[in-house]
Design a protein around this ligand. Sequence first.
Ligand code: UD1
Ligand code: CA
Length: 457
Amino acid sequence: MQTQIIVLAAGKGTRMHSALPKVLHLLAGKPLLAHVLDTAQRLPGQRTWVVAGVDLTLVQQACVGYPVSWVAQREPLGTAHAVSQALPELDDTGTALILYGDVPLLEPATLTAMVASAALGALALLTAHTEHPTGYGRILRDGSGAVIGIVEEKDATPEQRARTEINTGIIAVPVQKLRAWLARVGNANAQGEYYLTDIVALAAAEGAMIQTFHPHSLAEIEGVNDRAQLARLERHYQKSHAERLLAAGATLADPARFDCRGELRVGRDVFIDINCVFEGRVMLGDDVRIGPNCVIRDAQIGRGAVIKANTLIEGPVVVAAGAQVGPFARLREGTHIGEQARIGNFVETKQAEFGRGSKANHLAYVGDAWLGEDVNVGAGTITCNYDGVAKHRTNIGAGAFIGSNSALVAPVTVGPGATIGAGSTITVDVPAEHLGVGRGKQRNIPGWQRPSKKDEH
Ligand code: UD1
Ligand code: CA
């Protein structure tokens, strides 16, 4: 039987005070809605519809690539009205699961149990006990403990408000029953809205089976209504990610100062210092050490490599085993640092391959370049790869030595074992084992008188 997931994302999000639709605000670098859709994808045999409002096109664009169908809710007349917009597309034989686009951290395991219960005909509610129920709908139970309804805070009596079991909003229900109950929901309430929660009292009145489920943690069910909640959920997400890494055998100097906005895979005995940000897909091999304040995006760092403080890696970048990078290095896309190679402070690389054991220890720009093994690039060396129109390549053979402050005007090739004299501007190829020097010849003028200031009075 198919699970038909309806994700509600048409609310106004007024409290974000933002031009961006609420569900597109980022948690761990990914839109809130994308978190929900990723969770939805992990449920077996599902099909997903997203109900979006005036921002439908924007939201759709931000979620291209997700195999979901889109439904418009032109006016946000309430959660029941939102679900009704998707109803014509649902198949009566299946189970409906209703999720919220602004509740990003739900676990699939929590939902699977609810879907299974609904598949057996029950109305499955995700509820939670909390000492801070303010803002949520409250679960109403009769003397025997059976659920008899949900009351929204704005409609609740003081006695009902004192109840601490809250409605998370997440519901699983047979489609056929949902259809019948929704048809009977009105909007005579404090907010003049069609409440999805009203189907619970209808179900109870019919004697339908109602089962409640609980999340593993309260963060799972927390929705984002304002930026303070968003920041709280971000911290929660990062903290649990950090804990997973610790459990997997990584050392974090401070789990509270760790941020991953993508996917991070680590080998054994990895050390990550404080204030690092990982983005995109990052893989750290065994024994890798990452210094403080590094930003690393889309990179593969090989076994035993060391990335020193304040390094910025904007991948795709590969740093091979045993290499050392930083402090203050910037590796840009298409950089491949070979085994045991060293990239030092204030070195920028782009589309550059460094062979095994090659070094650029300070102050260099190496772009569109191929370097063989054991090349030494002196401080201040620049590959002049761009003539204002096109990019050109620089090739440097194994064992070459580039003297400090050299400009290698591409396209140019420096042969294996060649040496470039410091301060050279190299415009023609240098053959293997040759010395290339291209600089003004030094003159020494004896008895030179420095200009002196004239006496002014
Ligand atoms: C809703 C529940 C409340 C529950 C709370 C949990 C109802 C009536 N109330 O209240 O019991 O405790 O969630 O967070 O269901 N949405 C639409 N179209 C609409 C209205 C809302 O798509 O017309 C979407 C919103 O984008 C959001 C979700 O539905 O994703 C919940 O809407 P929201 O206005 O936040 O509901 P609450 O008042 O918080
Ligand atoms: Ca809400």
